[in-house]
Design a protein around this ligand. Sequence first.
Ligand SMILES: N[C@@H](CCC(=O)N[C@@H](CS)C(=O)NCC(=O)O)C(=O)O
Length: 341
Amino acid sequence: MSGSDLVTLSGVPGSPYTRKMLAVLRYRRIPYRLILASHGAAGLPQPKVSLLPTFYFADAAGEMQAVTDSTPIIRRLEGMFAGRSARPSNPALALIDAIFEDYGDEWLTKAMFHYRWHFEADIARAAAVLPAWRMSQTSDAELKAAGEMISGRQIPRLRYVGSNEKTWDLIEASYVRYLDAMEAHLRSHRFLLGARPGAGDFGVYGQLTQLACFDPTPMALTLERAPRVYAWTTGMEDQTGLEPTDADWFDPAALPATVKALLAEVGRVYAPLLLANARAVQAGLDEVQVEIDGRPWVQQPFPYQAKCLMWLREEYAALDAPNRATADAALKDTGLEVLFR
Ligand SMILES: N[C@@H](CCC(=O)N[C@@H](CS)C(=O)NCC(=O)O)C(=O)O
């Protein structure tokens, strides 16, 4: 198989979204090549906004285009390759899958970024290892300088994800509750929505590759409270051997209590943020101020997350009446209903 037959992406192991997409490609048995690179790949086009992972797809004229953003790329890959779908066939369940994916990508990433760049031990590990993924054949002094440059750039970015003295406790408490809820779910089930993984599993997995398996503070927490979550994360990396069938998805009209509990955790923290952020973006405010879980949350507005809410609403609006009734019943009393009112 020549390089041009392979789905090509660039990314690095320390990027949760790169890991998310590698796991999707493997699970779906889509032949790919990963170019280990943090600043685009030589000879390939640059994306408009430089984000990892970057995929390179040929357009209608056969011209290579650089494409970013894992959520729409998962949907694009669904159209390009048949079988082993990462999206539930039932539209009501697919909406729930999209909610979990968004929670992983947009909320758990706050925990990931917060733990990595807030605690000394985590900063030290990231500063030592992140540059080595890119430039290990270099002197210790150069590697150390590169680590200092990365941490010097990332620590001030904590404010973008909303990690500040008002929100630290909330971010950490929500990670612990998520771990407990997922550990409880994994006692009886293999993936979030049944015996096969969906985009939601891959979104959560991407963040957990760092939280559970790399950054020392959240990794210790995970191992202590949630050994199944740790094991699940390492297993998600390669699900090439799973043979999924349509019967492996949960019936969205009869979701296990542990899924409802996970959804309630998403509704508790992420739903109020999504709504307040969208209002702030629409009003052109320079700060989102909202109460989450009885505590104040302040962060700068994030236009991308207003788009996330719009996508979820579009998916909800596209449901026919019976599927909408199923989705409404599944989301009832989870705190997520407010997203679709
Ligand atoms: N919504 C995007 C987010 C991608 C993203 O934020 N990637 C991070 C790395 S994990 C990034 O490239 N940040 C900019 C940088 O590191 O310069 C996706 O799902 O792909």
